[in-house]
Each structure stands twice: as C-alpha cells, then as structure tokens.
Write a protein that binds this ligand. Structure first.
Ligand code: 5GP
Length: 302
C-alpha cells in the first residue's frame, strides 16, 4: 500500500497563519506605496536586498499599480516600454531591468536631495496625528538649547496646558490685531476650526542670539515660512506605515464615520506634500525621531 504523507495539524495551522500574515503585509505595503509613506525606490532596494522579503515577492504589476496615479493602462505601457515581463516579481528582476525601472522611478518620483546650505530656522510638519507635537515636546524637555516657538491660538486650553508655555491663548480680536500689526510670521486655520500663528519677534530674537529655532506647525504654515524665509529647513515627519497612521487617527473610535473618513482624506493629501520638504524623518519612536531633528539642528548651526 502506498504510504500517504500526512502533514501534521500544527504545521498546517502554522502555514495557514503565515500565509495570512504574508497577505496582510503585502496589502499594508501596497497602502504605504499608494499613500507615499514609503518611496518606491526604497521598496525596490529592499526587494533586491532580500528576494524572500514581502517586497521581493511582490509582483511588478502590483507594485506599479500601487504607485500614486498609476492605473492599469499606464502600468501596462510602462512595462512594455521598459521591456519587463508582467509575471516578474520585484526580487526577480535582472540587473538591466532594475536599472531601467530605477531610472523611470527617479524621473516620476523624485527623491529628496538634502540641501547643503542650512539655516537655523527649522520647521517640523507632517500629516495629522503623526506625532509632531509629541516629538516637539520631547525636544522641549531634553534640548533646552533649541528655542521652541510658542504659537498663538484661538482655541481653548486643554487641561494641563499653560498659557505662554504650550500656546499663547488669545481671543479672535487679539488674533486679528496680531495679523494687522504684522506680528505673525505665518498663520492658518487648522482643522477648519481655530486659528494658529507663529509670533515673529521671539523667533527673530532667538536667531539673533545665535540659537536654533524650531517651529512645530501645520502644512499651510510650513509653506508660508518657506515663502517668507526661503532658507528655512523644512522637515516632514512620516508615520512608520499608513496602517499605523490610521490607527493613530481613528484608533480611539470616538469620532463619527464621516469625521474619520474626512481625517483619512486629509492625511492622504498631507502626505502628498512631502516632496516640498528638505528632510523626511520616520516617527518610528519619539526619542529617535527627536534625536534626528536635533541632529539636523546641530549640523545646521555649523
Ligand atoms: P493642537 O490644537 O492639537 O495643539 O494643534 C493642532 C495643529 O495646529 C497641529 O497640527 C499643529 O502643528 C498646528 N499648529 C500649532 N501651532 C501652529 C502655528 O503657529 N501655525 C500653524 N500654521 N499651525 C500650528
């Protein structure tokens, strides 16, 4: 009688679990590509470094389709132009195919080139809920040599917030006055609600005293600072993954479905602005992200 090989129950269960994990990781990677949380060039590099990784086993067709603004038609034309077979996986590309794909990616998704000249005016921005406030608070506590700008806002203080430390809490009339007297370097309405602005005088004083100044502001504010002070160093804080950002944004589940959807749409639009910045920092954990910001500040002070 022929011997039948029986796969032990535990192995089968473990294999099934692994397959599910793998599918999840692949889906999560696609979301990271679509939302620009990860650069396609980084994914390609990882795929080549390890063929068996999630990146390495990704089909070239899925990879291209996950990129922002690439549909099926465009994907097929690109594959034809680059002479890459649609059955290929990223980790299985030949040297020539890799080279042409990399060149195409660089043309379409330019990689940030850190600027050589740096100013002592640093701006930290990023999508909603990425944790810029926490990173800034960490720097306030551990790096007193850096002047952290205190913004003016029309929103009410939260429990524990101190006027003059976390914000200058002002009313609408006072905010109008600050704008009229040109006392704000930038200002914006954030989350369609309150107004926030950066008082100009303390920043000028700190810069004149040779200090590094850090602004933790929203995207609209960062753009205004760039226009007013083109030499400012703009830093964009990224989440470790899109799924992680979603968790941080909607995880508490206290908002209505419509509000959650609105926040996610906003986050996608905000992530798409990252190429306007000089540096990208991934907020894997607060202490490391803060250290990277401080690193930029000390090199900028030189
Ligand atoms: P929160 O009300 O939670 O403290 O801050 C809400 C948002 O306002 C954050 O994304 C923060 O970056 C932004 N923000 C804080 N201060 C300023 C500011 O002076 N200017 C601008 N444009 N945004 C600010």
């Amino acid at each position: 009688m022929a011997e039948t090989r029986v796969v032990p129950e535990v192995d089968r269960a473990a294999a099934a679990r692994k397959a599910v994990e793998r599918r999840r990781a692949r889906a999560s990677l696609k979301r990271d590509l679509t939302t620009r949380v990860v650069a396609p060039q980084t994914v390609l590099r990882r795929a080549i470094a390890d063929q068996d990784s999630v990146e390495g086993s990704m089909r070239i067709t899925d990879f291209l389709l996950a990129l922002p603004a690439i549909g099926a038609g465009k994907r097929d034309r690109v594959l034809e132009d680059l002479h890459i077979s649609p059955v290929k996986r990223l980790g299985g590309l030949g040297a020539r195919q890799r080279a042409v794909l990399e060149e195409w990616l660089d043309g379409r998704f330019p990689v940030l080139r850190p600027r050589g000249a740096r100013s002592r005016l640093l701006v930290l921005a990023g999508p909603t809920a990425v944790g810029k406030g926490t990173v800034a608070a960490h720097i306030r506590e551990h790096n007193p040599e850096i002047h952290l700008s205190v913004s003016a806002t029309t929103r009410a203080p939260r429990p524990g917030e101190i006027d003059g430390v976390h914000y200058y809490f002002v009313d609408d009339a006072e905010f109008d006055r600050l704008i009229e007297q040109n006392e704000l370097l930038e200002y914006a309405v954030v989350h369609n609600r309150s107004r926030y602005g950066t008082p100009r005088a303390p920043i000028d004083a700190a810069l004149d005293a040779g200090k590094t100044v850090l602004l933790e502001i929203d995207l609209q504010g960062a753009r205004q600072v760039r226009a007013a002070e083109p030499a400012a160093t703009l830093i964009f804080l990224l989440p470790p993954s899109w799924d992680e950002l979603v968790q941080r944004l909607v995880g508490r589940g206290t908002e209505e479905a419509e509000e959650r959807a609105r926040r996610l749409r906003t986050a996608k639009v905000e992530l798409a602005a990252q190429n306007e910045f000089d540096h990208l920092i991934v907020n894997e954990n607060v202490a490391d992200a803060a250290a990277e910001v401080v690193e930029l500040s000390s090199s900028s002070a030189r």
